[in-house]
Ligand binder design. Structure first.
Ligand code: S3P
Length: 166
């Protein structure tokens, strides 16, 4: 089985992926961490030294690689579905699930997150909300190409399990 969790930064893909991995006996892969291991550079470093478009190429390659692994649950970066044919790659390889979490929850989680995210670095809570609303509008059509969509203020592992056990 392969599960791909997609959605905006801060929607809980990695947290959810980690707990689902142990519940479903799958290997958890965080695509950003996979990229960092493959290129020996952090994501912020790749953005700063090579630019976003080079990061997206690396991300696409990494996704194509992990889409060949068996028994994995993959948390992708928030932008991954919006470049190349990445959603098709995921829909064809397994369960691609969009975690459509309310903006309030995204803002709350991103404000408290310790992960360095180049796209939102230095933003105040108000700026963050405006940024999320604008970028979500652009990204939603890509996210909604996922075969499965879960919507909620907050989502739980049980919601994903219901999709894959059906
Ligand atoms: C990005 C999201 C990040 C990471 C990079 C770009 C985005 O991943 O891939 O900073 O474009 O939304 P998370 O969604 O895990 O924060």
């Amino acid at each position: 089985m392969r599960i791909f969790l997609i959605g905006f930064m801060g929607c809980g893909k990695s947290t959810m992926g980690r707990s689902l991995a142990s519940m479903l006996n799958l290997t958890f892969i965080d695509l950003d961490t996979f990229i960092e291991g493959k290129y020996f550079k952090t994501v912020p470093q790749i953005f700063a030294e090579e630019g976003e478009s080079e990061f997206r190429k690396k991300e696409h390659k990494a996704l194509e690689e992990v889409a060949l692994f068996d028994d994995v649950i993959v948390a992708t970066g928030g932008g991954a579905p919006c470049f190349f044919d990445n959603v098709e790659v995921m829909n064809n390889a397994g369960y691609c699930i969009f975690l459509d979490v309310a903006t309030e929850s995204l803002v709350k989680r991103l404000i408290h997150s310790k992960t360095e995210r180049p796209l939102i670095k230095g933003k105040s809570p108000d700026e963050l909300k405006t940024f999320i609303d604008a970028l979500m509008q652009k990204r939603r059509p890509f996210y909604e190409k996922a075969k499965y969509i879960l919507k909620g203020i907050e989502l739980h592992a049980a919601d994903v399990i219901a999709v894959v056990k059906n």
